[in-house]
Ligand binder design. Structure first.
Ligand SMILES: C[S@@+](CC[C@H](N)C(=O)[O-])C[C@H]1O[C@@H](n2cnc3c(N)ncnc32)[C@H](O)[C@@H]1O
Length: 415
């Protein structure tokens, strides 16, 4: 049996303080203070912080520190995995394959809040520890070049277009390596009605979208208006596998770092070569990012995903890539486990043409065809996160648990 674990990114930071402690230090809500007869101090006005470079520390890249930060993360992960495997003789950790990220302009998507100061409109971000102090982002060196170009141009357009700027809350950029871009603007006002100056959002947004060469989607309560395509098309070059194409959509998960994603897909493709008599079960398949890259290596693939939008995208992506040996079901991983272990049947599986009994009974044990087990960390540049792919050969379940425990020991996951 093949187990390809793609561990979610791990937050290499100390565990949070115990919950009780945090609750004890929290201020009581204002109504409680009023009832006790105390005065509620007015909240101090929030002031936007600017940095000389236009890049707050939270968004800063430090290319000169990248290599040592990555080495530290890999060493930390190696120590955790080695400790977990120590009780299993013969289960030595093979060397990691490490894929480095571009130092700058590696993120294909990002969102920014808007902040108003007089007539001005600014992109801002907030530190995790201080959600009240907006930090101005003039440039975003982590973001793709296309995103950075768009940020300035969109801001200028918004300042000149009253119906677009009025009560705009945030901007979400989704860009691709092919130069396509989708911009989503969210609003605290109904955008289907004219703005206070009598102008319609859709008309102004369509003109701006054309000038910027993007598609703009506006979202307000219960309404979404698109000026053009609602998806962008990404093309990833996966070494050994060729080009994989993906429709992507704002709001449905996409790998943020396209360059590292290509490396991860190439690693996973290479690690699973020679398994064409084997079936693959993929949980959390998203828009089919790994499914499409790996499908040619397997006889059949069953992929599950909980988000309806992602399932639709994955099905579209299978068609675009001419893949016919994959069935996708909208099922949570927990539901799939229930079906797999015979605890509960799910009509959604049958509707997707997946018969779990058939899948489990006819799967071919594959350990004899496996290449050397391996693992690969990939970095989230300048953050404490690390994402690992691990190829496991089934020897003992307790060893598998050891690796799972290593990830839990890191104090949770984060994206
Ligand atoms: C980090 S994304 C990874 C998606 C995909 N594997 C990729 O690499 O692009 C995790 C995905 O799991 C889905 N998800 C979250 N909780 C889930 C659950 N309990 N069961 C199944 N899917 C879930 C999310 O909708 C999301 O698409």
């Amino acid at each position: 049996m093949l187990t390809l674990l793609l561990l979610p990114p791990l937050a290499l930071r100390p565990p949070p303080p115990p919950r009780m402690l945090r609750m004890a230090t929290r201020r009581p809500p204002p109504f409680m203070l009023a009832r006790r007869g105390k005065r509620t101090a007015p909240a101090s006005p929030r002031v936007m912080q600017r940095s000389a470079t236009g890049v707050p520390e939270i968004a800063a890249c430090h290319p000169e520190r990248y290599s040592s930060l990555l080495r530290g993360k890999v060493a930390h992960m190696e120590a955790l995995l080695a400790a977990s495997l120590a009780a299993h003789p013969g289960a030595a950790l093979p060397p990691a394959q490490v894929f480095e990220s571009a130092r700058l302009h590696f993120r294909m998507r990002a969102s920014f809040k808007f902040w108003r100061e007089g007539e001005g409109l600014h992109y801002v971000m907030f530190n995790r520890e201080d959600a009240r102090t907006p930090q101005e982002v003039v440039h975003y060196p982590m973001g793709s070049v296309r995103m950075n170009d768009l940020m300035g141009a969109l801001r200028e357009e918004l300042l000149a277009a009253p119906s677009l700027a009025q009560r705009v809350n945030d901007a979400r950029f989704l860009t691709t390596t092919t130069g396509e871009a989708l911009v989503t603007l969210t609003y605290n006002r109904p955008i289907a009605a004219p703005c206070s100056r009598g102008l319609m959002w859709e008309a102004e947004a369509a003109a701006v979208a054309e000038r910027l060469g993007v598609s703009i989607i506006g979202r307000s309560r219960n309404v979404a208006i698109a000026t053009g395509a609602q998806t962008v098309r990404e093309r990833l070059h996966v070494e050994g596998r060729g080009v994989c194409e993906y429709e992507q959509m704002e709001g449905a998960f996409t790998q943020p770092n396209a360059g590292v994603c290509q490396s991860m897909l190439a690693w996973a493709y290479d690690a699973t070569r020679g398994l064409d008599a084997t079936d693959l079960c993929e949980l959390y398949c998203g828009n089919g990012c790994f499914t499409i890259a790996l499908a040619p290596n397997f006889r059949r693939v069953v992929a599950t995903e909980v988000s309806k939008t992602s399932v639709l995208l994955a099905e579209t992506n299978l068609r675009h890539n001419n893949i016919s040996n994959v069935r996708i079901a909208r099922l949570s991983a927990e539901e799939f486990a229930m079906a797999y272990y015979g605890k509960r049947p799910f009509r959604r599986l049958e509707e997707a043409g997946i018969f779990v009994e058939d899948f489990t009974r006819r799967s071919t044990p594959s350990s004899s065809t496996l290449r050397a087990p391996g693992w690969t960390p990939r970095a989230f540049p300048y953050t404490p996160h690390l994402e690992c792919g691990v190829l496991l050969e089934r020897r003992s379940l307790s060893m598998l648990r050891g690796i799972q425990n290593a990830s839990h020991a890191l104090g949770g996951v984060g994206q």
